[in-house]
Design a protein around this ligand. Sequence first.
Ligand SMILES: Cc1cc2nc3c(=O)[nH]c(=O)nc-3n(C[C@H](O)[C@H](O)[C@H](O)COP(=O)(O)O)c2cc1C
Length: 385
Amino acid sequence: MSESTLGVYDIADLREQARQRLPRGVFEFFDRGNGDEVALANNRAAFERIKLNPHMLVDTSQRTQAITLFGKQQPMPLVVGPTGSAGLAWYEGEVALARAAKNAGIPYTLATGSMTALERVAAEAGGELWFQVYMWPDRAASHALIERAKAADYKALVVTVDTPVPPGREYNLRNGMTVPFRFTRRNVTDVLMHPRWLAGVLLRYLLTTGMPRYENYPTAMKTKITALPMGRSMMVSDSLTWDDLREIRKLWPRPLLVKGILRAEDAKLAADRGVDGVIVSNHGGRALDSTRAPIEILPEVVEAVGSRVTVIVDSGFRRGSDVIKGLALGADAVMIGRATLYGLAMAGEAGAARAIEIYRDEIDCNLAMIGCPEIGKLDPGYLAR
Ligand SMILES: Cc1cc2nc3c(=O)[nH]c(=O)nc-3n(C[C@H](O)[C@H](O)[C@H](O)COP(=O)(O)O)c2cc1C
């Protein structure tokens, strides 16, 4: 454990700090799900249904949680996932997240919808950077974006496929995070009641680059957050098919992953198109509601394609024991979304680093407790379902 815990001891503590610091509209945009939030709740409940089955008196004094992902060793089995608008949690939050990931030796995935341009994140943070792309209806514009990521030396491309249309997320409307942005008594009061955020985030943008906007978008599409609703600015396409993936494969020579897979047949279709990895994900319960939890679907995907491609899982991982369960069920790594955002909202890079450290300490503790000296040796035998 580092010298500074920042006074937070688990991811729930970080979430509470984020709740206090962010305007309610921004916090709910980060924290909540979609629809009736059935998927959001089930993502967590699913972990409670899977129990650990520990071995006693195993020498784990040399235990390691290092893994190899796409040929690279990394000290822990996490990937920081793409979270659009992370720059609203902290001034230039994407750079802070990337630095925290770099210092922990794990990949950071920059979202298409980030408030810092992909070239700047590469120049100012570096590290093992992945880029997440949403395919726009204008495929040529998306292909140009992919070329930019390639030129900026991003190491992997993540194509997200689980949001063909914008999710409803009514709370954004209630909070006045709407399109076009309307100054309502509610959202103005909300911001004024969070002066640290107003001064430390919003005013800093206004005094430097102006209203935060999606800096990776082509100039014609560059959209201020005053012009589109939160979470609807992705402009995703409902005409995307598996053929598009074939095209992207031709453009991208490095590891290519498809994010948002929720059934084994789709994982096979992806593998048949030559992808290197699939990410079993329901977008943290933010896209289609009422899906099964990715941790429940994971074993089917691993059985279908685990020997052919890398399998990553996300959605609802808040504890080291959750990560252990994911790897025991066959995932090669776990992606996290909100946890590092909470940390970012609390204390920028230091807060994101603290989130990662919490996972590291909890994974380490759990490995010892279940009697597993090497994280790569985890298998379903460590679980009782
Ligand atoms: C605020 C926020 C924004 C997100 N934006 C994106 C995005 O732009 N692209 C994407 O593929 N996933 C996005 N996600 C989903 C995450 O990549 C990830 O799948 C999800 O957060 C995992 O669940 P967890 O938050 O419970 O860890 C976003 C998630 C959050 C919380």
